[in-house]
Design a protein around this ligand. Structure first.
Ligand code: SF4
Length: 453
């Protein structure tokens, strides 16, 4: 059997998974493999799964089938969070040859390094699922405009609905020096924007204590990391993907407000605007703290974009609870919502809680919050019509257009100009188009000349 040389990847789930798939892809490339499109037919398939995704099992099966349709003799590897949680289920999917959980996925090449010596398709069925406890750095590199840089993994919180601590283990982080070195490497690849990613990003540094004489001090915390990154030459923008409200401190907000490279965009999970539900979810704050965080950001950065995660239909959420949550979110000065419909996950406390909400009600609440999100997004966009902001342009699926985000995360669309791709330009925001994005005119002025507020 000739040594296979082509590999195809598919990633389900979050930015962290994308960063990790991209790093694994570069490991394959370093060994001489060529990446091909999923449906093109590859010798090896790597499917990086997610346990948060609804129907994780169905999706996993679907991609295994697609891989085998394109290449019936392919060697199929399933990795990631779902592989960590349900290795036996995945091993039984016809056509799956290798299952690797959270800590082993970066060793995928050790297993399939020399397939000429392997027994061949269907003969290997390795389940190597251990508790994830070491940190492996990763970053994505694709279209050259933006890279997801993994700086932290795992979580020590115990939210009652969440499987992530089971899938990814306890909280651990890279060092500041290593993150800065990766950011410099990414800058050298021509990328202009880095999105910092982690499971619980604001928890960066937790557990990295060093003993100096009799004193124990934290080696470096999230604030130290962002201060160091703000100095990295070549990267024009850093974005914080998501930060828990209790970790989004005044210090972090003050720093972002004054930073050179950190953009005014916060994504802060709320999950419910009802204290009774927050307690049942075992979140570490009450809604008054969330309100306080939003108010503080607004005081420091009136122009900041603030995104919110919300879960609807969590057990015990009555109509009154939901309406209280809805009204709380309605009055919050935020810019958009990411709405998730609660679904039961095995091995979580929430799955056994009383008073589950019926599916039709969960769906209705989801629709109500999505409509609220659209209103909020439009209201936020409207504030900036007629003003100037900086945009990092990238290609659009319509060849006549290009799109990009402003520093404060307004989606812009305008006519294609190849010279502007992967460059930061100043635009004047004109109107909201039918797709809900903002049409803008590119201005021929230096990028420092834009409206900061
Ligand atoms: S903070 Fe809660 S929801 Fe987020 S990863 Fe940790 S346990 Fe899960």
């Amino acid at each position: 059997m000739a040594t296979p040389r082509t590999v195809a990847f598919h990633t389900l789930g979050c930015k962290l998974n994308y960063a990790e798939t991209s790093s694994i892809e570069r490991m394959f490339a370093a060994k001489g493999f060529t990446s091909v499109n999923f449906d093109e037919g590859a010798n090896i398939y790597v499917i990086n799964t997610c346990s948060v995704t609804d129907f994780a099992d169905k999706k996993c099966r679907q991609f295994v089938r697609r891989a085998l349709k394109a290449s019936p003799d392919a060697f199929v590897v399933v990795i990631g969070c779902y592989a960590q949680l349900k290795p036996d289920e995945i091993a039984e999917i016809p056509g799956v040859d290798l299952v690797l959980g959270a800590s082993e996925k970066f060793r995928v090449l050790d297993y399939i390094d020399d397939l000429s010596k392997a027994p061949g398709k269907g003969m290997i069925n390795v389940k190597e699922v251990q508790t994830a406890n070491s940190f492996t750095d990763a970053f994505s590199f694709g279209d050259r405009t933006r890279s997801f840089l993994k700086v932290q993994d795992g979580c020590n919180y115990k939210c009652s609905f969440c499987t992530i601590p089971l899938a990814r283990g306890s909280s651990r982080s890279d060092t500041v020096e290593s993150v800065v070195a990766n950011a410099e490497k990414i800058a050298g690849m021509g990328v202009k924007e880095i999105v910092l990613t982690g499971v619980n990003l604001g928890d960066f540094g937790n557990g990295t204590e060093v003993i100096e004489g009799a004193k124990v001090k934290k080696e470096a915390m999230f604030i130290d990391l962002i201060k160091a990154l703000d100095q990295v030459e070549g990267i024009e923008r850093f974005r914080i993907s998501s930060i828990e409200p209790n970790l989004c401190t005044n210090e972090v907000i003050d720093f972002v407000a004054a930073a050179d490279r950190f953009v005014p965009h916060f994504h802060i999970p709320l999950q419910s605007g009802n204290d009774k539900q927050l307690k049942a979810m075992r979140r570490r704050y009450q809604r008054s703290l969330y309100q306080d965080r939003v108010d503080y950001i607004r005081r420091k950065m009136p122009h900041a974009c603030i995104g919110v995660d919300v879960i609807v239909g969590f057990p015990g959420e009555t109509d009154e609870d939901f309406l209280e949550s809805y009204r709380f979110i309605e009055q919050l000065d935020v810019s958009y919502l990411h709405v998730f419909t609660y679904s039961e996950r095995a091995n979580t406390d929430a799955a056994n809680m009383e008073a589950p909400v019926d599916m039709a009600t969960r769906k209705k609440r989801n629709e109500m919050l999505r409509a609220l999100s659209e209103q909020k997004r439009r209201s936020f966009y409207k504030i900036f019509l007629g003003r100037r902001r900086s945009v990092l342009f990238e290609a659009h699926k319509d060849k006549n257009l290009m799109s990009g985000f402003t520093d404060n995360y307004i989606k812009i669309e305008t006519g294609f100009d190849a010279d502007m791709i992967n460059k930061i330009s100043v635009v004047q925001l004109m109107n909201i188009n039918d797709s809900g994005n903002v049409e803008a005119i590119v201005l021929d002025i230096p990028e420092t000349v834009f409206d900061h507020v």
